[in-house]
Every structure is written in C-alpha cells, then in structure tokens.
Design a protein around this ligand. Structure first.
Ligand code: CAA
Length: 447
C-alpha cells in the first residue's frame, strides 16, 4: 500500500489586521478580556479590497509550487474547499488554476477540478478525496492540490463578528509525503442541524450558542466512532491535537471534554481520584439531571488540575498559536492548527518525527471527523520555510482603525457597489480586478 498524505503546506493571510482588544472591543463597548481571555482571540485578519478567496488561495498555491519546484504537469487534481464561493456553478478551483497559468509554464487542462462544500469540514474532506484518488491508483504519479480558502465575515452586529478572519491554506497531497501520512481510520459524528448556514446569502445565519453545543456533541460522536475503529484513545498517544478553531475558547471547551472522555477507566482517572474523585457514572444517579450536574462539577475540577493543565499546554496550546492572531478561516482553520503545532515543535527544537497527531475537524450543519496522522521524516524542512513566511505575513499586516474596518467590511459586501481605496500596495501577487461581462470575477498578477 502506498503511503499518502500531506506533502507540503503554505498559508496566506489577509493583509489587514483588526486588533480585537484595542480597536474592536472599545468600539463595541465591551471589555477587551472578552476577546483575549474569553474567546482567546487577539486579532482578526481581513482581505484588502483586491484580495478574496481566489487571490489568497492562488498566492498560497503559487508559493507552494515554486518552493517545491512543481509545474502544472505535476498536479492531477485541484480541489478547493470554501464556504465563501460567489458562483453556484463554476468552481473556485478553475479561477485558481487560471491565475496560476498566468505565471507558470504549461497548464492544468488535464487536472480534475472541483469544489467541496460542507462548511468548515470541507477542507478535510477535500484531503480525503485526494487521498482516495491516489490510493485508488488514479493519479498517474501526480499530486493533488487542495486549497482551503475563506473570507469568514459575519453581518455587522452579529455576535459572530468577534470571530471573523480571512485566509487560505494550500496543501499538496502526494505519495511518500514529507509532512504527515494519513491513515484509513476515521470517526464521524454527523447530523442534520441548523446552527450555522448561508441559504443563498453572503453572510451566515448563526445561532451562536447552539453552534457551540452542536460542535461539542458532534465531536463527541466522532470520537466514539473513531475509537470503534482505532481502539481506545489515550491522552498520551498523540503529540498534538489540532481542532477546528472558530476561536481558541471553543477548542478549550472541546479539549476538556475530550480529555475527560479518553481518561475514563484509565490510570489517569485513578491517579486524579485522590484530588477530584472519580468520574461520575450514570448508574450511580437516580435521574439524568443529577448525573449531568455531577459531570459538570467533575469537569470544572478536572480543568483546575495540574495534570490537565500540563497536557493542555503541551498538546493543545501550540495548535492555537496562529489562530489567536487571525480569527476563523473556516475551511482552513484546522489546517492552520496543524501547521501552528508543527511550527511550535520546530521553534522549540523538538523532534516529532514518527509522532501522531489527532486531528479533529468540524463543519456546521453539522459534521465532525477525527483521524490520526503520522509526522514524516522531512516535516521540519517543510515547516521551517512555511513558518518564516507566516511570521513575516502576520507582522506586515496593515493595522485597521474601527472606521477602516467598517469600510473593508463594506468593500467585501457583494450588495454594496462603491469604489474603495486599497490600504496596501500589491506586490508579487494575484489581485482581483473587478467583474467581467458575464458576472465573472477577473484576476491578474501584479509583479
Ligand atoms: N473577561 C473574561 N471572559 C469574558 C469576559 C470578560 N470580561 N466577557 C465575556 N467573557 C467570556 C464569556 O464568559 C464566554 O466564555 P465561556 O463561553 O467560556 O463562558 C466568552 O467570553 C464569549 O462571551 P459570550 O458568550 O458572552 O460572547 P457572545 O455572546 O458575543 O458570543 C459566540 C460568542 C456565540 C461564540 C459568538 O462569537 C458567535 O456566534 N460566533 C460564531 C459562531 C461560532 O463560531 N460558533 C462556534 C461553533 S460552530 C463552528 O465551529 C463552525 C464555524 O467555524 C462557524
């Protein structure tokens, strides 16, 4: 059987930055700690007026192809995962291929292109599609380019406005990958939910509080399903656990529940028993409410233990290093979490070759998926250049005032037709040039 997985990754952030504590919170009359402590977010990335899902995706893909010395002939498949598409027929992957053909020799005429939709879990599904295509032997030695790209904007005044973001993650899926190898073991938690949706509208309809509960419920279901195929999970089985990160506070909640679940009936539960007791079991309670109260009490106590805090700091916190400064990137978010964790390992001089990642993806509507990945020998070279590039991009972002933020939001609102000045000057990148005669979007490369 061929080893198949993620061979290379590049990240492109929107070029504008909104400071949530210093700029957004005061304008909303809120405490900065709601963002930094509650949601765990410091800043959001926004696209400048000439950036969108196509430019960000194409810029990330171009950098990836150049760094790896690839030509279009090496790519047999381009899949884009997004929930910010602007066309119900023509896929974003055709636009991205069109951009890349402006700068590379050759074309992608023999590459299969598509677009994947299931809210934020679509990026992971597109990787699955690429994996299956290669394992089925249909790739003719070529790799798949998977691009997860979104402008995660909410209507102004929606509580989700606090968690906005914009960026793209380009990933190369190949045989004998350099970064992580995927496995066939997966767990799913999937149900028909109306927590977050965009029924033919640009900005989402969201039931925020419910969406948090649905995330946790589906994640739990996926973990149980994963254990049914891969065996019981132990918290020390994996070096990092990248989760879909709409905001870091969400991952904080999910990680605690997952830890409680996977330590039940283990030596960890026994060792913690002297400090916080054993986990409540339903059979010990007369009614469900009492049982749930006891579980909530145990979970609160678990969170305060050194053992849990140490595990969280090692396994979860590194996955949030980038998302704290960029906000939600929907389909790209879990892939940013993986990249952030490996970037931290590199910065700390930690060799994680051969170690396992437990990757927990989620999309509203709703579906969670959990699988394991094995870190490959060449991970560090791959992550080093990506990491330097991400740091430089984050550092170079233009700092928005609140009034400028409102302008940017309007500039990206498809219902508003005003000319907006750009905040930054494009250089060596693809840019959006305006709409064409059939309602298509037009792009060019700026040297
Ligand atoms: N100091 C410290 N903490 C504070 C604080 C302060 N001064 N003020 C508030 N907080 C804390 C709150 O206690 C809360 O934390 P807990 O949940 O742990 O109690 C946190 O900050 C957020 O405060 P609120 O709940 O009051 O915030 P809100 O009502 O404005 O809404 C939200 C939060 C519902 C998540 C909202 O941002 C939202 O709707 N977001 C979009 C939907 C979303 O991201 N859902 C996540 C799951 S769905 C998904 O994952 C898919 C996806 O990508 C969208």
């Amino acid at each position: 059987m061929k080893d198949v997985g993620i061979d290379a990754v590049e990240i492109e952030t929107g070029k504008l930055r909104l400071d949530l504590a210093e700029t957004f919170a005061p304008a909303k009359g809120e405490a900065p700690e709601k963002y930094t402590k509650g949601l765990g977010l410091y800043a959001s990335s926004f696209p400048d007026v000439y950036e969108d899902i196509v430019t960000m995706g194409a810029n990330a893909a171009k950098r990836l192809m150049e760094r790896r010395g690839l030509t279009p002939a090496d790519i047999g498949r381009i899949d884009v995962a997004t929930e910010s598409a602007f066309d119900n027929s023509k896929p974003v992957s055709t636009y991205i291929a069109g951009c890349l053909e402006q700068t590379f020799e050759g074309d992608f005429h023999h590459a299969n292109k598509g677009e994947r939709k299931f809210a934020c879990v679509a990026g992971t599904q597109a990787i699955d599609d690429a994996y299956n295509w290669i394992r089925a032997g249909r790739n003719r030695g070529r790799s798949a380019l998977v691009v997860a790209t979104d402008t995660a904007l909410y209507a102004r005044g929606d509580p989700g406005e606090a968690t906005q973001g914009a960026g793209a993650v380009a990933m190369l899926v190949s045989e004998d990958p350099d970064l992580v190898e995927l496995s066939t073991e997966q767990g799913y938690g999937s149900a028909d939910e109306t927590d977050f949706l965009k029924p033919n509208q640009q900005f989402p309809s969201v039931d925020g509080k419910r969406s948090v509960q649905v995330y946790l419920a589906r994640m739990r279901e996926a973990l149980v399903d994963y254990e049914s195929v891969a065996g019981d999970v132990h918290p020390d089985d994996f070096v990092y656990a990248p989760f879909h990160t709409p905001f870091p506070g969400m991952v904080r909640k999910a990680a605690l529940l997952a830890y409680r679940h996977v330590t039940r009936d283990t030596e960890v539960e026994e060792e913690l028993a002297a400090e916080i007791g054993r986990q409540p079991r339903p059979e010990a309670f007369d009614d469900e409410e009492q049982y749930f109260d006891a579980v909530a009490e145990y979970t609160d106590a678990l969170k305060e233990t050194d053992r849990y805090a140490d595990w969280y700091d090692r396994v979860i916190d590194p996955t949030l290093d980038i998302s704290r400064h960029v906000g939600n990137w929907y389909t790209g978010s879990v892939h940013v979490a993986r990249a952030a964790a490996l970037k931290r390992a590199h910065e700390e001089g930690r060799d994680v070759t051969g170690e396992t990642l437990l990757v927990a993806s989620y999309g509203s509507g709703a579906q969670a998926e959990i699988h394991a990945e094995r870190v490959q020998h060449d991970w560090e070279a791959e992550i080093e250049s990506m990491g330097e590039n991400v740091d430089a991009q984050l550092e170079d972002r233009y700092e928005l005032s609140y009034e400028e933020y409102e302008t940017v939001h309007d500039a990206h609102n498809h219902d508003k037709e005003t000319d907006f000045e750009e905040f930054t000057a494009p250089e060596g990148e693809f840019t959006f040039d305006g709409w064409g005669r059939m309602g298509e979007r037009k792009y060019s490369y700026v040297e």
